[in-house]
Design a protein around this ligand. Structure first.
Ligand SMILES: [Zn+2]
Length: 256
């Protein structure tokens, strides 16, 4: 049984279906592009988080260095001061003065000892942080090397998808203006219902099944549908999509 006896599928109608296919393709491309962008962003964020961590460690190291320098200056000052007082002590004019200087010297020597202990503690802490810093530095270097190829691959893929997307947009513009010129009604239907039907406004029912909602028509129902079929008017009784049947020889649309 040939369905074509009921209905002739025109070139104008094919153009609308082709337009619809390209719109669907465009939506799929949008999703793919977003996925790729997300993948790239995830890797880049991961690396930049590590780099922030490294910068923080670097700042801690600088703080330690400053503190150590300050303490060393303090120790130097204390040593000089002690030397000075010892000279004064040698020339002390009275036993009282000698004792007074001895007390001052003892006090400064205690302070010097504490300062030297602080320096040793800080240098230990500095070495620990420096090890962490170097380990993280190496880790980041390795992550970057490992991901360099991945990022390049993803970026290449992304630019291919973007190119395809741009080409598709141009094709859609061209098709749209062609359809609008001859059959503005088809374009109006598509624009009005595209969001409701997920861009599948025109549903292929050639096999007795609605492409949009998946409903299988009974033979009687299908014959009735075919008998009355008018492109851009007839709708699926179940989902309301505008239905059409393609020509038999044309099983597949060119996938562009
Ligand atoms: Zn349907």
């Amino acid at each position: 049984m040939s369905l074509n006896i009921f209905y002739k599928y025109s070139d104008d109608e094919k153009k609308v279906i082709n337009y619809q296919r390209k719109v669907i393709k465009k939506r799929q491309l949008e999703i793919k592009i977003k996925e790729k962008e997300k993948q790239i962003k995830e890797i880049e964020n991961f690396i930049s988080e590590k780099e922030k961590e490294l910068e923080k460690l670097g700042n801690t190291l600088k703080e330690y260095q400053n503190k150590i320098r300050e303490l060393k200056e303090k120790a130097k000052y204390l040593r000089e001061k002690i030397q000075e007082l010892k000279k004064l002590q040698e020339n002390a004019s009275s036993p009282e003065e000698f004792k007074k200087l001895a007390r001052e010297i003892a006090k400064l020597e205690k302070e010097l000892l504490e300062t030297q202990e602080d320096i040793i503690d800080l240098e230990g802490a500095y070495d620990e942080e420096k090890e962490k810093y170097q380990a993280l530095f190496e880790e980041i270097k390795k992550i970057k090397e490992e991901n360099e190829v991945v990022i390049k691959f993803l970026k290449d893929e992304l630019s291919k998808l973007e190119e395809e997307y741009k080409k598709l947009e141009e094709e859609l513009e061209k098709l749209k203006s062609e359809i609008k010129e001859k059959n503005p009604h088809y374009m109006e239907i598509f624009d009005k219902y595209k969001n409701l039907y997920g861009a599948l406004v025109f549903s292929d029912v050639t096999d007795g099944v609605c492409e949009g909602c998946g409903m299988k028509y009974s033979s009687v129902e299908f014959m009735e549908i075919l008998r009355k079929l008018q492109f851009g008017k007839s709708r699926c009784p179940y989902c309301g999509r505008f239905i059409y049947i393609r020509e038999f020889e044309e099983n597949k649309f060119e996938e562009k």
